[in-house]
Design a protein around this ligand. Structure first.
Ligand code: ADP
Ligand code: MG
Length: 682
């Protein structure tokens, strides 16, 4: 093998066909292959005597096929191969379903290793569909066997063999991106050993050592990359804002800001005055009043002769921000434009003109704000709302429309500290940890669909009191097809309208409706003309209808906890007592535990931690969402301590040798990790 970039099809025993299947797993090169880590391990080390097999437990036995296997066809599509195997301690009756080839492949008098779940008692022991291997082969039996995520056309055995070949091929190719000193100081094994043992450990200790080493490496490289990005940004300069007096803004507000809001604004003003472009995340639970913090920042930017843009992930939200902020800005003599995909060509042209000439100082919109034909007069502040919905590159595209503009991202998904350290390793963070006064607790219930009639009754009563309700219906996925949200929502709404609430006005929105239609319905809901709104999660983010007091979520188990928390945050925004009802017929332990978390706490941070613990970081750390390199081995819900260690090691190395001149291998791997991402991260 020439190098780690070698195409897997040249690996012994792989070839075109299998290379294609491997490609579906994202494995193209030798490096990809050895970095394809097992998702689990099966400890099949112990070879037992047949006599000692325990009912219901999986184990290996080495046994001789006592007589020719028999094949019988029970009915069409069901073939049974039966055989008896013996060792010196007893006999084992083995059955294979639909593996007719076993009749000829298993030869009487030969010894094989069988691995499977044993059943039966002292008198008769059986195994069904065991793994079979020639005596002494030790690929799938008699060892700790790695279990890989698979795809069609690839079996565990194929992958195990390819892995063995791949590891052998790169034994002399692997270089160690961890500096020796770092490796020694943190008690980490060599790279080559780690790759070998993460796939084929001989015992738990080897696996733990290998894993620790690879996790450390991954987090270490990531930390260095983020540090470099941050440093690059630290080198940027912009003219400081001179006027940070916001008294006119405060005077225009209908309420006084909370301490946490004021603190966040203070931090932002500090950034504005620093002469360096701000890169700040404002994190606050739903309803904590992030919009006003953004508004203060925008007002300040405008006072200093700059324009500000606020980008929201949905039209509904952009529209709402516009409705809320435009009048406030008006009072300050600032003019706003709304820019979304649903403007008419003429409206759009007009809006673009105002922005380009600087006649409008604030632009509020969706990703329409970043389309190519939008030019700003002097864009000095970019705010993105609910930023986890945006890719890093969308954020970057908007900031590219100004000259090193200040950047403010607002997130309502309280990201656990663990993740924030990584995802936002290069951002400053302001936390709004206080809700505006007078908020009430939202009573939350987890129920089964047996309660659905009562839930409807409850909605009827609330509606009679003049309140409104959301019903979130989930999308039923039919054989992997893209779920049809339109159908799910319209049919649900039809049922409610015709059979349940003939006396009420039922509306619906879903993601596939035209923006204009959506807006009309949302506006009607906001105006109280619609009592019950059936929806998908398009209302999840930001929408503010204070008169809505009931949030019903169907198939609640299909949602992440943080998402449920967001949905719940749509109610309890006014002075009325509010309720959230989570319907689910899933009775699994795990689901019940998750939904219970929702009924117990209203603290978004705690919920996010819990989500992380129960579902893993995938949700937060999907590569698509933030554009950072995906983590392969590190599990952020439990590798906290190691993360800290790796970060410290990265800091130390960067302090010692900022350009990594003496560590070209480290520098190279960091560059690879951030390839085609570096420019978009900011
Ligand atoms: P989020 O942080 O979820 O974006 P919003 O900015 O939408 O929260 O604010 C939620 C609601 O609270 C809005 O109706 C807003 O007008 C109101 N609000 C914000 N700040 C305060 C405050 N200091 N006092 C009273 N109400 C406030
Ligand atoms: Mg908001």
């Amino acid at each position: 093998m020439a190098d780690l970039g070698t195409d897997v099809r040249y690996i012994k025993g792989v070839g075109e066909q299998k290379a294609k299947a491997l490609g579906k797993l994202g494995i193209r090169t030798l490096q990809d292959l050895i970095s394809y880590f097992p998702r689990a391990y099966d400890d099949r080390r112990e070879i037992m005597k047949i006599r000692d097999l325990r009912d219901g437990e999986s184990a290996c036995v080495e046994a001789m096929v006592a007589a020719a296997p028999t094949l019988s066809r029970i009915r069409k599509g069901l073939e049974l191969v039966k055989l008896r195997a013996v060792d010196e301690s007893g006999t084992l009756d083995i059955t294979f379903f639909n593996q007719a080839y076993r009749k000829t492949s298993l030869i009487p008098g030969e010894t094989y290793t069988f691995y499977g779940k044993a059943e039966g008692n002292l008198l008769r022991k059986t195994m069904t569909n065991p793994v079979v291997e020639k005596e002494g082969r030790r690929e799938l039996t008699g060892r700790i066997v790695p279990i890989y995520p698979l795809t069609a056309g690839i079996s565990q055995l194929t992958l195990i063999r390819a892995m063995g070949q791949g590891l052998a091929a790169c034994r002399n190719l692997l270089t160690d991106p961890l500096p020796d000193a770092v490796r020694r100081e943190h008690g980490l094994c060599h790279s080559g050993y780690a790759y070998e043992k993460i796939h084929f450990p001989d015992n738990e200790k080897e696996l733990a050592d290998a894993r620790r080493r690879l996790v450390f490496e991954e987090l270490f490289l990531l930390a260095i990359g983020l540090k470099k990005l941050r440093r690059r940004r630290d080198g940027l300069r912009c003219r400081p804002f001179e006027d940070t007096d916001l008294s006119a803004f405060y005077a225009a507000l209908p309420f006084s800001l909370t301490g946490a809001q004021r603190r966040a604004i203070g931090e932002i003003l500090g950034d504005f005055a620093s002469g360096r472009p701000m890169n700040r995340l404002v994190q606050g639970d739903v309803g904590s009043g992030k919009t006003m913090v953004a508004a203060a920042a925008m007002a300040c930017a405008v006072r200093n002769g700059r324009q500000a843009a606020l980008m929201a992930p949905t039209e509904i939200l952009a529209e709402q921000h516009y409705q809320g902020l435009a009048p406030l800005m008006e009072k300050l003599g600032v003019s706003c434009v709304l820019l979304t995909g649903s403007l008419t060509a003429r409206q759009r042209r007009e809006a673009l003109g105002w922005l380009e000439r600087g006649e409008a100082q604030v632009a509020i919109g969706t990703h329409a704000l970043i389309s190519a034909d939008v030019a700003y007069h002097h864009l000095g502040l970019v705010v993105t709302d609910e930023q986890h919905r945006f890719g890093v590159d969308q954020r970057a595209a908007l900031s590219a429309k100004g000259e090193n503009p200040h950047l403010l991202v607002m997130s309502a998904t309280p990201i656990p500290r663990t993740l924030a350290l990584i995802i936002y390793g290069d951002l400053d963070v302001s936390v709004i940890d206080e809700l505006p006064p007078g908020r009430q607790k939202i009573d939350t219930f987890a129920v089964t669909s047996a309660y659905r009639r009562r839930v409807w009754e409850f909605i009827r009563r609330e509606a009679a009191e003049g309140r409104q309700a959301y019903v979130i219906c989930s999308m039923v996925e039919e054989n992997d097809a893209i779920p049809d949200e339109r159908k799910a929502v319209t049919e649900y709404a039809k049922t409610l309208r015709e059979q349940v609430f003939p006396e009420l006005k039922v509306g619906y929105v879903h993601g596939r409706m035209k923006a204009k239609e959506k807006e009309t319905v949302m506006a009607a809901f906001a105006a109280g003309e619609v009592h019950v709104l059936v929806s998908t999660t398009v209302v999840e983010v930001g929408v503010d209808v204070p008169n809505a007091t009931v949030m019903v979520v169907e198939d609640a188990d299909r949602f992440g906890l943080s998402q449920l928390h967001q949905l719940r945050g749509r109610v309890g925004r006014g002075q009325h007592k509010s309720y959230c009802i989570l319907i689910s017929d899933n009775r699994s332990e795990e689901t019940r535990a998750r939904l219970k978390v929702m009924t117990k706490t209203a603290d978004g941070f705690q919920i996010a931690e819990e989500d992380l613990r129960l579902r893993g970081p995938g949700d937060f750390f999907g590569q698509r969402q933030h554009g950072l390199p995906a983590l392969k081995v590190a599990d952020l819900s439990c590798d906290m301590a190691l993360l800290q260690e790796a970060r410290e090691a990265a800091e130390a190395l960067m302090a010692e040798d900022p350009a990594l001149r003496n560590y070209p291998l480290t520098a190279l791997r960091v560059a690879q990790l951030f390839a085609d991402k570096g420019d978009t991260l900011n």
